[in-house]
Design a protein around this ligand. Sequence first.
Ligand SMILES: Nc1ncnc2c1ncn2[C@@H]1O[C@H](COP(=O)(O)OP(=O)(O)OP(=O)(O)O)[C@@H](O)[C@H]1O
Ligand SMILES: [Mg+2]
Length: 319
Amino acid sequence: MSEVVLDIQSLTKTVHKQKNIVEDVSFQMQKGEILGLLGPNGAGKTTTIRMIVGLIKKSAGAVFINGYNMDENAQKCRAQIGAIVENPVFYDYMSGWKNLQQHARMAVNPVSKERMEEIVRLVQLEHAIQDKVKKYSLGMKQRLGVAQALLHQPALLILDEPTNGLDPKGIRELRDYLRELADQGISTLVSSHLLSEMQLMCDRVVIMESGRIIDETVIGDLDAADTAEDRVVAFQCGTGQQAQAKKLIESLPGIEILDLEDQQTFVLKMQAEKIPYINKLLVQASIDVYAIERKKTSLEEKFLSLTAADNATLQQEVQ
Ligand SMILES: Nc1ncnc2c1ncn2[C@@H]1O[C@H](COP(=O)(O)OP(=O)(O)OP(=O)(O)O)[C@@H](O)[C@H]1O
Ligand SMILES: [Mg+2]
């Protein structure tokens, strides 16, 4: 049976008396689910998150955490949320461990030493936890922030743009421990403007633009159905053959040349089923094909096929 951890109903934020920067946003999160809030800069992700955690007042709508209405049971609800919205604040001159202890003292639920050690292990800070925070890299501070947010054993973790400033290894590790938390039944709401990252990290994504939800996608469904209509593929030809290949392809209907990447490569948008045909055509024209590479994830392709305007903004974010 599914258990709803977070239920947001018609959340709206109005500024300057008439402008809605978040409008009628509704979604639910299940226990153990990783949900992505995806959208370009200014879409309203942070505003939505701030309303959920109570950092700003909502103008309309309702937030339920584990069935409790935030307006009626604020304390009970807050005890169930661990969040990093703005950059977490640390005492730089103290060790990571001392910072966690400080935080634990203020936590709503009592925090044992074992619990602290468990969290430190989870975010992989064992080797550095006794070092002063001023020596930490950005990624390490981010992990310490996640550790703080998790100390009081919340059911729901909320992270606003957690991969900002992380290197690829850091992003992969974040992904791994969010999955580990999910396996333990903890739900995570994570915001980002990066499509490919969200596809790898989340079970489901809710897409926002201009304050509204424009789409919602279950990642598993996406992989199964795989929209084959707008496949973006790079073909790499032999040296000096690009122009000849381009000429050949330009004459074909339903195939769009998006980019000439370098002297040898061109990027096409077309139906996936045409890939073998293009390959055959090139080879028959004595053009050597060194590589055929898919350039966008299935989530990116899905959004390529959304409206042109949405497409333009979302793609900008990706690049
Ligand atoms: N207090 C405020 N008063 C007026 N406008 C605001 C206020 N806070 C945010 N906005 C506007 O609301 C829109 C949504 O902002 P928000 O920070 O929620 O977007 P975001 O999706 O988090 O963007 P980003 O990816 O840049 O973090 C923006 O256009 C922003 O300028
Ligand atoms: Mg934001």
